[in-house]
Design a protein around this ligand. Structure first.
Ligand code: BG6
Length: 490
């Protein structure tokens, strides 16, 4: 299996850049990502960490005053009531108007950077523009001593991701490249890593001997709404499986890192991905919610999936034979991300009870709140040796974390790559999904508000079931979580 993989090592050429960035530049300054994530992240950095870098927006339209106004609107829409923070951000804002394919724009940027020698460039623009921007950054001297942040999706398949990495590496060494996957900046995702390796009780059971299956559910209640044009070029696999959900798999399945460097962790994350068998058509069921074809920007006969259920094989000594299931989709009943690690049944039913197959499990709630719990059986009070399902909560926290983009942009200015996707990881992730990216058959249609098409059960093995995570109103604020219900799907 591994033999036909291109044997490509990450680009380890070093930029030898150890200094903090001294200016923050963002391309696509008038776009959606800047409005929804970058302005609030910068405001959070100013408020919490005294972030004091010059901030330069680059866009085709508008002027400095309209960009300031957009920043103010973004902050108001994202809960920044503090006038002083908004003023600190808008006062620091500068603006370069111009086009990504015009080198003059980049000369103007170099002038605007003034004495800054280590700018951090954030490409909040579509990936097909990266090539031009990187060339022009280099031609204008803006790439010298600089770092670059790029947004997912990193390419749209393995070949384009490799080409993109080549392009970026013409101007930036790997240690100057920060590929954002905001899932890695989420506190509960980091807690998966922490919980696994800061406790000794887990390791003896965290393998094929005691674990029957692992499933990750990421249902989203909302549809594609105003993102039709983007989403119809992507679909669920490119949008969240190849990146966010495979990151979660790599943290769950990785070996203990050898050493204390961030690189040691990223090495183990890569090894997991490298050992996953490329998906075959039988490993996946794709769905599309009824009504998707009416969304603005979606092609009339689109076969793009808004739902995917899949089975991964992690071919390692630790995990051989343990299925890893992923289920995600738009217009499902709730918005939540949850991992369920199901333990094997006891070898005998000592008390003559018919034990449910999934009585014992670990449950990790990643969004909208964070919890870790252990599902088990306990005796019901009374004379009979009869039990009931109980959940022991190991930890529960509600949304007090720093927003992921704030954390990640702050890390990038310090040159800390721990929570960014490495080139080899990204390519290994594409290798897993590459064979099933483009539908050869129509997706199964499902009704909005349901758990997707019943065919999703086809990827399950050994009598496994989908577990439908349950969220009660206010779950992000209070501990109002209840144990998962077994799906009706199988
Ligand atoms: C984004 C996807 O990367 O992640 C969206 O493009 C998805 O489609 C989102 O809804 C989920 O992230 P979060 O942080 O909202 O759970």
């Amino acid at each position: 299996m591994a033999s036909d993989r291109p044997n490509r090592r990450p680009n380890t050429r070093s930029s030898r850049l150890v200094d903090r960035s001294d200016a923050f530049v963002f391309f696509g300054a008038t776009g959606d990502l800047a409005y929804k994530q970058i302005f609030p992240a910068l405001a959070g950095l100013i408020r919490d960490e005294g972030f004091a870098l010059p901030i330069i927006g680059v866009a085709r339209s508008g002027d400095l005053e309209s960009l300031r106004e957009r920043a103010r609107q973004s902050l108001a829409a994202h809960g920044f009531a503090d006038e002083a923070v908004a003023r600190a951000l808008t006062d620091r804002l500068r603006y370069v108007k111009g086009s990504d394919d015009d080198v003059e724009t980049f000369h103007a940027l170099r002038r605007e950077l003034g004495k800054a020698r280590h700018p951090l460039h954030y490409l909040a623009i579509p990936p097909d523009l990266f090539g031009e921007v990187v060339d022009n950054l280099q031609a204008s001297g803006c790439a010298t001593g600089a770092r670059i942040i790029v947004e997912k999706p990193f390419g749209r398949d393995l070949a384009s991701a490799m080409a993109l990495h080549e392009t970026i590496h013409t101007a930036f060494a790997e240690d100057a490249v920060f590929r954002i996957d905001h899932y890695l900046g989420k506190e509960p995702v980091q807690n998966l890593l922490y919980f696994r390796f800061a406790n000794s009780f887990l390791e003896p059971i965290w393998n094929r001997d005691r674990i029957a299956s692992v499933q990750i559910n990421m249902p989203e209640e909302f549809g594609v709404d105003d993102r039709g044009a983007f989403y119809d070029q992507a679909g669920a696999i490119r949008d969240v499986v190849q990146n966010h959900l495979l990151q979660v798999v790599s943290l769950l399945a990785m070996e203990p890192p050898s050493g204390h460097t961030p690189e040691a962790i990223r090495n183990e994350q890569f090894k997991v991905l490298d050992s996953i068998r490329p998906l075959a058509p039988d490993d996946i069921v794709r769905g599309q919610y009824r009504g998707y074809l009416d969304v603005k920007g979606v092609a009339p006969q689109s076969r793009v999936e808004t739902f995917a259920a899949l089975r991964l094989h992690v071919d390692t000594w630790r995990w051989g034979g343990v299925p890893f299931y992923i289920r995600t989709g738009k217009s499902l009943p709730v918005t939540v991300t949850e991992v369920l690690v199901e333990l094997k049944r006891p070898p005998q039913s000592v008390f003559g009870e018919a034990l449910p197959p999934d009585a014992d499990y670990f449950r990790f709630r990643l969004t909208p709140d964070m919890s870790i719990s252990l599902g088990s059986r306990a005796k019901k009070p009374g004379e009979a040796m009869v039990g009931e399902a109980v959940e022991l909560f190991a930890s529960h926290q509600s949304g007090t974390e720093r927003p992921p983009y704030q954390r990640l942009i702050g890390d990038a200015t310090r040159g800390d790559q721990s929570l960014f996707s490495r080139e080899d990881w990204v390519e290994a992730a594409w290798r897993v999904v590459d064979g099933v990216l483009d539908a050869t058959t129509a997706p199964c249609v499902y009704e909005p508000g349901t758990w997707g098409p019943p065919e999703a059960a086809n990827v399950l093995q050994h009598g496994d079931r989908w577990h439908d995570p349950v969220v009660q109103p206010g779950a992000a604020d209070e501990a109002t979580i209840v144990a998962p219900a077994a799906s009706t799907a199988k």
